[in-house]
Design a binder for this molecule. Structure first.
Ligand SMILES: O=C(O)CCC(=O)C(=O)O
Length: 203
C-alpha cells in the first residue's frame, strides 16, 4: 500500500473515514481491468412505484448465497475475480472487517448518478461497515442527516481513495452521488459489504 492520508470526519450519529491515495500506484490498472472485465448491467429499478432504467451501470459479486435486494431488485452474486479479490484484501485490512460481497457502479459521465438513499437493508445487519472505493473521474459524494437541519456534507472522492462508513451512519444519514454539468470521464465505485446470512440453494 502507498503512503495513505487518513481523514476521520466527525459526524453526529455515525462514523466516516476517508483514506486517500490507497491505490495511488495502481488505480489506472485497476480501473481498466474493472472497466473491461466487469459484467456491467443497466438495471431497471423501482422508484416511487415506477420502473425506471438506473442512471448508471452496475454489477454484484460475492460469495455464493450473498443475495442483495434493493429498489425492487434481487441480486445473485457473480463469483469473485482476481482483481476484485486484490482490492478486497486491501480494504479488509484498512477497515479491519470482513466483506463477502461488492456492488460495483459505473458512472459513464456526469449525467450518471445515484439518488439519495441509505444502505440499511436488513441483510447488512444493524450497524454495517461499508468500504467504498473510487477509481477514475473525481465525483462529489454528499451526505445529509435524516432529521437534523444541517448543511449537506460534500466530499470530492478521488481515484484511489477509500471511504469507510460505519457506526449508525446508515440509520441516520442518507447519501447520494449527484449529476454534474462538468465534463467528467467515467468513474467506477465499489462498495464492499458483509451480507449477514448467506442463502442456501440460491439459484
Ligand atoms: O458512487 C458512490 O460513491 C456512491 C455509491 C453508493 O452510494 C452505493 O453503492 O450505495
Amino acid at each position: 500500500m502507498n503512503a495513505v492520508s487518513i481523514q476521520a470526519i466527525p459526524l453526529p450519529d455515525g462514523a466516516i473515514t476517508l483514506y486517500r491515495d490507497v491505490f495511488k500506484a495502481g488505480h489506472d490498472r485497476l480501473f481498466q481491468a474493472l472497466y473491461t472485465e466487469t459484467s456491467w448491467q443497466q438495471q431497471m429499478i423501482t422508484l416511487y412505484g415506477r420502473a425506471v432504467a438506473s442512471p448508471r451501470l452496475s454489477a454484484w459479486y460475492g460469495d455464493p448465497g450473498a443475495i442483495y435486494s434493493y429498489s425492487g431488485l434481487r441480486l445473485e452474486p457473480l463469483p469473485w475475480t482476481p482483481v476484485l479479490l486484490e482490492i478486497r484484501q486491501v480494504v479488509t485490512d484498512l477497515a479491519e472487517t470482513p466483506f463477502n460481497s461488492v456492488l460495483l457502479n459505473l458512472y459513464r459521465d456526469g449525467q450518471d448518478s445515484m439518488g439519495w438513499h441509505s444502505d440499511a437493508e436488513p441483510e447488512l445487519g444493524r450497524h454495517p461497515v461499508i468500504a467504498s472505493v473510487s477509481l477514475g473521474a473525481v465525483r462529489r459524494f454528499v451526505l445529509r442527516h435524516k432529521k437534523r437541519k444541517e448543511p449537506h456534507l460534500a466530499l470530492e472522492l478521488e481515484s484511489g481513495s477509500v471511504l469507510v462508513m460505519g457506526g449508525a451512519l446508515q440509520h441516520h444519514w442518507r447519501h447520494a452521488l449527484p449529476k454534474t454539468r462538468q465534463a467528467v470521464g467515467p468513474r467506477i465505485n465499489l462498495t464492499f459489504r458483509l451480507i449477514q446470512r448467506l442463502e442456501q440453494n440460491s439459484t
